[in-house]
Design a protein around this ligand. Structure first.
Ligand code: SAT
Ligand code: MN
Length: 603
């Protein structure tokens, strides 16, 4: 039998046999019109963006250099957790928090979906690297996709193209990531601006370190280096190899004495991680620099400290609510251009607009491509609309952000969005208690995933949708990470909640730049200079322990934000018990002990 000839298939700029064989196999299954090996050049960016403009997917912005407005299909706007699967051999390895399907069954189902799914389109081969290219062991992947939007976005979010392929040599390991929109084109058929398929699968094969995605073009479902590789697959690698892949920002805090502290912080999607990562301290003399806003890979260094690397190359931030007041550094980053804006509004003079930017212009084109005027009932932008921009453009990016060694973490923050119960900040008693805090983290749901917004759910370490294996084993891995280490060198763990509300429902804490006051208290705890009150749930500052100079929030509000209400916490216990029951037999006994100890302390 003669092999199928598909233009471009044989123009591979590599001699990596496994890669070549896999690309051929997928091309023969999906039957694209041609295969293009992406090099990541400016030329390629020009060609891709021009093609997207031509197709009506992109509108070039007049008011931002090299930037584009994009509206997705209204049905394809967020991660689809219901359609996300961990296909381990044993369902016990996916655990109670993931959807599971047998790998052979999933492969059979998806193979039929992929058959001919790229017909009439181009299949792009995107070699990429998560984390610095000069890492001792670069973390490589290849995404095959029939979406130009994905190519362009991967160029921003990862190190991709020729410079990544260089690191493949003849036989480097890589994570195969297969993506198809599932929207083949028949000869002469007119394309739509945002092709996708009603049927969606986001499937992970943890034992094979492989990802198959079908039917969606949206970020978290389609940019497979991000949540799929850097969290779900990497968390499994981390379990097996003794490191942590976490849903955390990485920031650098510089004190007035020029002392440097690196902080990693986990929050569920759309809870202000990007804002915290780029915070502008309101207290004099303090500075923040950023290293990442979404994902941290943490490994022990030779000195016994935990070092964090950001595997990403760009920010994929929530647009609404971002403006010169809440996140000036994000605004400065996108002002420089080279950005893709998805599902925000378009102004008549060719700029972008979204809720939270102040007074709306007289007329906009909404994310649904409809005329919008200030009287309109609809939102201008989808609540999960995003900007996608290179990290290097951030004016406060830390110079060491590409250091393959990473940066030593002094404090880990876990945070959720809770209107009640959880104080502004609590310091854990020790590592194990900190892991308990993380494991029982809860938050009100946001628009980052399809589903109801505002429901309290447990979101352990803000990783609920991203743990690539059994949540109980994941907790044990966190416990073991602490056990194997020198306790004095471990990061200290804190639990924060910027979102507590008063009886009249208003926020008690101003948040944003003022969060620097909480960071300052945390640093003073590390230095042993700040007081805290021992409460049943951990160490909590009094209002006096926090630097409130120049803040006009009433002290009564701060006190309420810091309050530990024993009755509220007693009401929380059955919810934690319910959550632990869901984890089942694999719940580490040390976490059960922590729960018992908490109950005792609450009396
Ligand atoms: O949709 S993404 O996963 O890319 C972003 C997020 O939900 O945090
Ligand atoms: Mn995220």
């Amino acid at each position: 039998m003669t092999a199928l000839t598909i233009p471009g298939l044989d123009q591979a700029p590599t001699t990596h046999q496994r890669l070549l064989a896999w690309v051929r196999e997928v091309a023969e299954l999906t039957t694209p019109d041609q295969v293009v090996w992406c090099d990541g050049s400016d030329d390629e960016w020009e060609r891709m963006t021009a093609k997207l403009v031509e197709a009506g997917t992109f509108v070039r912005l007049e008011r931002k250099p090299n930037s584009f407005w994009c509206a997705s299909d209204p049905s394809d706007v967020a991660r689809v957790e219901e359609r996300t699967f961990i296909c381990s051999q044993d369902p016990g390895d996916a655990g109670p928090t993931n959807n599971w399907m047998r790998p052979d069954e999933m492969k059979a189902t998806m193979t039929e979906l992929y058959r001919g799914s790229m017909r009439g389109r181009t299949m792009y081969v995107i070699p990429f690297c998560m984390g610095p290219l000069d890492a001792e062991k670069p973390m490589l992947g290849v995404e095959l996709t029939d979406s130009e939007y994905v190519v362009v976005s991967m160029r921003v979010m990862t190190r991709m193209g020729a410079k990544a392929l260089e690191r493949f040599g003849d036989d480097a390991d890589f994570v195969p990531c297969l993506h198809s929109l599932g929207a083949p084109l028949e000869p002469g058929q007119q394309d739509v601006p945002w092709p996708c398929n009603e049927t969606k699968y986001i499937s992970h094969f943890p034992e094979e370190r492989m990802i198959w995605s079908f039917g969606s073009g949206y970020g978290g479902n389609a940019l497979l280096g991000k949540k799929c590789y850097s969290l779900r697959i990497a968390s499994v690698m981390g379990r097996d190899e003794g490191w942590l892949a976490e849903h955390m920002l990485i920031l650098k805090l510089i004190s007035p004495e020029n002392k440097v502290y690196y902080v990693a912080a986990a929050f569920p999607s759309a809870c202000g991680k990007t804002n915290l990562a780029m915070l502008e301290p309101t207290i004099p003399g303090w500075k923040v620099e950023t290293l990442g806003d979404d994902i941290a890979w943490m490994r022990f260094g030779e000195d016994g400290r935990l070092y964090a690397v950001n595997p990403e190359n760009g920010f994929f931030g929530v647009a609404p609510g971002t403006d010169w007041k809440t996140n000036p550094n994000a605004m400065r980053t996108i002002e420089l251009g080279n950005s893709v804006f998805t599902n925000v509004a378009l102004t008549d003079d060719g700029d972008i607009w979204w809720e939270g930017m102040g007074e709306a212009p007289e007329h906009l084109t909404s994310w649904k491509k409809r005329d919008w005027t200030p009287g309109s009932e609809e939102l201008t932008s989808h609540p999960n609309s995003r900007y996608c921009v290179p990290i290097e453009q951030c004016p406060i990016v830390a110079p060491e952000w590409q250091d393959p060694k990473g940066v030593p973490i002094s404090a880990i923050l876990f945070g959720g969005r809770r209107a009640t119960t959880v104080p502004l900040v609590t310091e854990s008693r020790d590592w194990q208690h900190g892991v308990f805090m993380g494991a029982t983290l809860s938050s009100e749901t946001t628009a980052a995933a399809v589903g109801q917004v505002g429901v309290v759910r447990r979101d352990p370490m803000a990783m609920l949708p991203f743990i690539g294996y059994h949540a109980g084993d994941y907790f044990q891995h966190w416990i073991d990470t602490g056990k194997g280490a020198d306790a004095a060198k471990l990061p200290r763990i804190f639990y924060v909640n910027w979102f507590r509300r008063g009886e009249d429902k208003r926020f008690l804490w101003p948040g944003f730049g003022e969060n620097s006051r909480v960071l300052k208290w945390i640093v003073e705890r590390l230095e042993g200079t700040a007081p805290a009150v021992e409460t049943p749930i951990g160490h909590v500052p009094t209002a006096e322990a926090i630097d409130l100079s120049g803040l006009d929030t009433p002290v009564a509000d701060i006190e309420a934000a810091l309050g530990v209400d024993v009755e509220e916490w007693k009401a929380e216990i059955p919810l934690i018990e319910e959550w632990f029951a869901k984890i089942g037999d694999k719940l580490p006994s040390s976490l059960r002990d922590e729960l018992e100890a908490l109950k005792q302390r609450l009396g």
